[in-house]
Design a protein around this ligand. Structure first.
Ligand code: COA
Ligand code: ZN
Length: 307
């Protein structure tokens, strides 16, 4: 079975960093990821630079993205203005974000839940009429940092709405990394009758160290696409307490060792983790990183990392 690993470090990972990288440095990180074998990348977001200065200049990144024939790049948009900027910059895939609670939308994009659902529907429909693929994130799908536990039925309702509007993919996001495998199964079991598993993807943060366990629960429900960020880079500025996304090297190693076809050698990611550390000045690396670095040294005769 083929599994897609979608790298979100250049967006979800970088948006919360203390250090704002230049667009050239962001492009270099993307080039390093692509050279390591990554084929799906969320390359940035088209949002207000006042709200998220780390993502300023995404429009300058898109025209320079490498290997666009073989790599699928997406850009996140919070509203119609973002959609228009993304398309003008050359994006062929855009991601909308529908947080499934009222307060999260207010904090994130200053819109009500109803307004956000409406805007996301309009963007999905416009994308369809203009040949642009629109994927819909269902954010805070397990627990909201402001409103607490979320009912799976609410997630299913918005999933259905995005599916009916024509979203190409519905991505169930554990924005604050609060889910456990039992909750993952419950949400997917309620969602899958409305949105088939092949149209679903899962996005986990590793705040409580359960992201890999959650991925295996989702695999058991037939999910074949997962978001991750290199080195576990991340932490949403609008979700208090959230830490980074599940690390790409952990997800790739997990899937690789379980025998799934992902087309990425986990060792190739070792120097990319190091490079992301150099760029951000933050110490990175998923749970498997030390071991992977040792293997890298043994097999390739050089250090992937100085630590
Ligand atoms: N891209 C760039 N600029 C945008 C924009 C977009 N998609 N949407 C609005 N703006 C600009 C407006 O033109 C305006 O600019 P000005 O101050 O120079 O006139 C400014 O942003 C404020 O616009 P306004 O419509 O009043 O919105 P707001 O201040 O309520 O902010 C958002 C709303 C959605 C633009 C802002 O909250 C945002 O970008 N949030 C993104 C948060 C995020 O990325 N979260 C993580 C991923 S989900
Ligand atoms: Zn996230």
């Amino acid at each position: 079975m083929k599994i897609r690993v979608n790298e979100v470090g250049p967006r979800d990972g970088l948006q919360g960093q203390g250090k704002t990288l230049s667009t050239e440095a962001r492009l270099e990180l993307i080039r390093a990821l692509v050279n390591a074998g990554i084929r799906h990348v969320e390359a940035g977001s088209f949002v207000s630079p006042k709200a998220v200065p780390q993502m300023a200049g995404t429009a300058d990144i898109f025209p320079h993205l490498p290997n666009t024939e073989t790599v699928r790049y997406a850009g996140l948009v919070p509203n119609m203005k973002g959609y228009e900027l993304a398309v003008a910059a050359g994006a062929r895939v855009v991601n909308v974000v529908l947080s499934v609670t009222e307060t999260m939308n207010q904090k994130n994009i200053s819109m009500s839940l109803d307004q956000t659902a409406q805007v996301c529907t309009e963007i999905v429909e416009r994308g369809r009429s203009e040949g642009i693929e629109v994927q819909a994130y269902l954010a805070v799908a397990y627990e909201c940092p402001f409103e607490g536990m979320v009912s799976p039925e609410v997630v299913a309702r918005f999933g259905r709405q995005m599916q009916e509007a024509g979203a190409s993919k519905i991505i169930v996001a554990d924005t604050i990394g609060a889910a456990n495998p039992e909750q993952v199964r419950r949400v997917l079991d309620v969602l899958i009758p409305s949105v088939p598993s092949e149209k679903l993807s899962c996005h986990f943060h590793d705040t409580r160290g359960m992201a890999l366990a959650n991925i295996t629960a989702a695999l058991d429900r037939g999910i074949s696409e997962f978001d991750s960020s290199i080195g576990g880079l991340g932490g949403c500025p609008f979700s208090p307490g959230a830490t980074g996304n599940v690390a790409t090297e952990d997800v790739v190693l997990l899937l690789h060792s379980m025998g799934y076809d992902i087309g990425i050698d986990p060792l190739n990611l070792v120097p990319v983790v190091k490079f992301a550390e150099e760029l951000t000045g933050v110490s990175l690396g998923g749970k498997s990183y030390r071991w992977l670095d040792q293997q890298y040294r043994k097999q390739r005769g050089k250090s992937g990392h100085g630590r």
